[in-house]
Design a protein around this ligand. Structure first.
Ligand code: A3P
Length: 295
């Protein structure tokens, strides 16, 4: 990512009906040639749902909790972001060429845009879902600081854009539902950000088992500690401060912003919350997915 000067806020581009960051849209065609390795593990999330947190956790699991080894490179070079592409910078596909097995991959793509080989080869997938209200607030702040996105407008405007699925990567509702559906026929570990907040050790243990590893208690404890919000916020290899200011301006809003559940209450008005809840009920009708909105 080192040479990008300015994200310049291009408008989103629709690919098969899914709005995407313009540069990322350009990589979808190339991704069709993506070569899967059998021990690849894919971390999939709707944006702002805990991707970086789980990425750091899994890299630590693979390195037996060795902090130094996990300091070898920024998170986006340790865990290639499949569809990432931006002018003057190394794409996710290029980063992928440089890392050894076992690879940890990251995507936010909805299923309709995911390279089919990942599904055909039954690659293990860790999906992380986070409650829609905290995602919306986190995404609003991220839009402001990450200049590859269009201008988010006011919070009121952005909330509308979010609810109608016109943000980058489309509808949160469709994303969490379709990946849950996938878990019925594909090896998917479906996790919740809120569960990770409540009991990180239990969730880290689940991830460890899912990738076929086992770690002693003291290492699990160390991973819990090293991947706490406070530690990751201070860690330049995890907090995205290595990305040029023209792309991510942390003075507008840090990437590691609050890391809590229920922060939405500081942004939603009572009227916005009521409208959101009514719309949510309709969009999630018939689903058994339950999200904690506060802890
Ligand atoms: P907030 O903006 O609510 O603080 P992603 O990595 O998918 O882009 O998600 C980013 C969100 O996860 C941000 O949420 C960020 O602060 C939060 N986050 C990152 N690391 C975390 C950690 N170790 N513990 C809790 N939250 C974390």
């Amino acid at each position: 990512m080192e040479q990008i000067e300015d994200g310049s806020r291009p408008p989103l581009v629709s690919v098969k009906g899914i709005p995407l960051i313009k540069y990322f849209a350009e990589s979808i065609e190339l991704l069709k040639n993506f070569q899967v390795w059998p021990d690849d593990v894919l971390i999939s999330t709707y944006p702002k749902s805990g991707t970086t947190w789980v990425s750091e956790i899994l890299d630590m699991i693979y390195h037996g909790g060795d902090q130094e080894k996990c300091q070898r490179a920024p998170i986006y070079d340790r865990v290639p972001f499949l569809e990432f592409k931006a002018p003057g910078s190394r794409s996710g596909m290029e980063t992928l060429q440089e890392i050894p097995a076992p690879r940890i991959l990251k995507t936010h793509l909805p299923l309709s845009l995911l390279p089919q080989a990942l599904l055909d080869r039954k690659i293990k997938i860790i999906y992380v879902a986070r409650n829609a209200k905290d995602v919306a607030v986190s995404y609003f702040n991220f839009y402001k600081m990450a200049k590859v996105h269009p201008d988010p407008g006011t919070w009121e405007e952005f909330l509308e854009t979010f609810m109608t699925g016109k943000v980058a990567y489309g509808s949160w509702y469709q994303h969490v539902l379709e990946w849950q559906e996938l878990s019925k026929r594909h090896p998917v570990l479906y996790l919740f950000y809120e569960d990770m907040k409540k009991d990180p050790k239990r969730e880290i243990q689940k991830i460890t088992e899912f990738v076929g590893q086992s770690l002693p208690e003291d290492i699990l404890d160390r991973i819990v500690q090293q991947t706490s919000f406070k530690k990751m916020k201070e860690n330049p290899m995890a907090n995205y401060t290595t990305v040029p200011n023209g792309i991510m301006d942390h003075s507008i809003s840090p990437f590691m912003r609050k890391g809590t559940t229920g922060d939405w209450k500081n942004t939603f008005t009572v009227a916005q919350n009521e409208r959101f809840d009514a719309d949510y009920e309709k969009k999630m009708a018939g689903s058994d997915l339950h999200f904690d909105m506060e802890l």
